[in-house]
Write a protein that binds this ligand. Sequence first.
Ligand SMILES: Cc1ncc(COP(=O)(O)O)c(C=O)c1O
Length: 335
Amino acid sequence: MARRCFVAHPRVSRVTLATLPTPLEPGGKLQSGANLWVKRDDLTGLGVGGNKARKLEFLCAEAIDNDATCLVTVGAAQSNHCRMTAAAGARLNLPTHLVLSGEKPKNLEGNQMLSAMFGAHLHHTGLAASDWSNLELARAELTEKLIRDGQRPHSIPIGGSTAVGAIGYAVAFDEIISQCSLQNFVADAIVFTTSSGGTHAGLVAGLIRARANDPQKVLPKVIGIGVAKGVALNTNRVVELANETLTLLGERANATIADVIIDASYMGADYAIPTQAAADATTWAAHRGAWVLDPVYSAKGFSGLLGLDANGDFGVDSNIIFIHTGGLPSLFVMH
Ligand SMILES: Cc1ncc(COP(=O)(O)O)c(C=O)c1O
């Protein structure tokens, strides 16, 4: 496919990778009487979809602007971000290297199977999925090696969570707000799964920009349900990233710590360790709307939404949006 960058903002390039806008579906009443809405970012289209398509539109444009000859990124063995980067690489004709946790399995499954199908080079490190700092070191080492070999790699950190990547979710915030007005309601909260923080930072940047443009407008709270210790389970880092994103967009307004809500009480023991609440949320979502959640990300995020509802955090007839961020392939992995 031809590589085409178009300008999303005077200082920011973008390539088309996602099918947008994604649907915003009504989900009926929650236990409290609040209205549920589901933003279907599992349907972004790129390489079976998910939230990373939005970030990759900006990250890959940056790669093309820098004349990159290949992409490098890093993640857990079943990283959705790695699979979607592989899909972007295939679409843009950029060879893609993935640094993964764990040993090389006998048979590739789920996201790894798809990444290989998209033609990516898989580098199994043997590291634990929670060993984020050594995984990042392994990415840096591979990037250096590719440079020594004469390549110009565009090396993307875990989750694609740079300010450039986060622009994808600042733009998504606007998309959500305009869909709400088209469907004649005002959103009270946007709830989603957060891990490396880029989705969260982008949404917060979108919120701050919208507030600066119209201080009278009623805007939703942005609530991240944390699912990984030690990545960006850190409000300061999300504030910093949101502010870098706002700067890239030419905005003067700033996010503060009060704008960033991370609820880590639905994570369970740690990243990718199953919880009963997530299993129950998966059944609830499948029965209610045939929404297919995954145990690592979206099910824990949705269990957070149901938990907040049960705790009385949402008012009767309020409108609560769950961003379904994807994660389908890991559902088919044997454990
Ligand atoms: C399905 C899914 N949901 C949510 C997230 C969290 O997004 P972020 O890393 O931007 O916090 C990820 C990250 O990999 C993901 O794969």
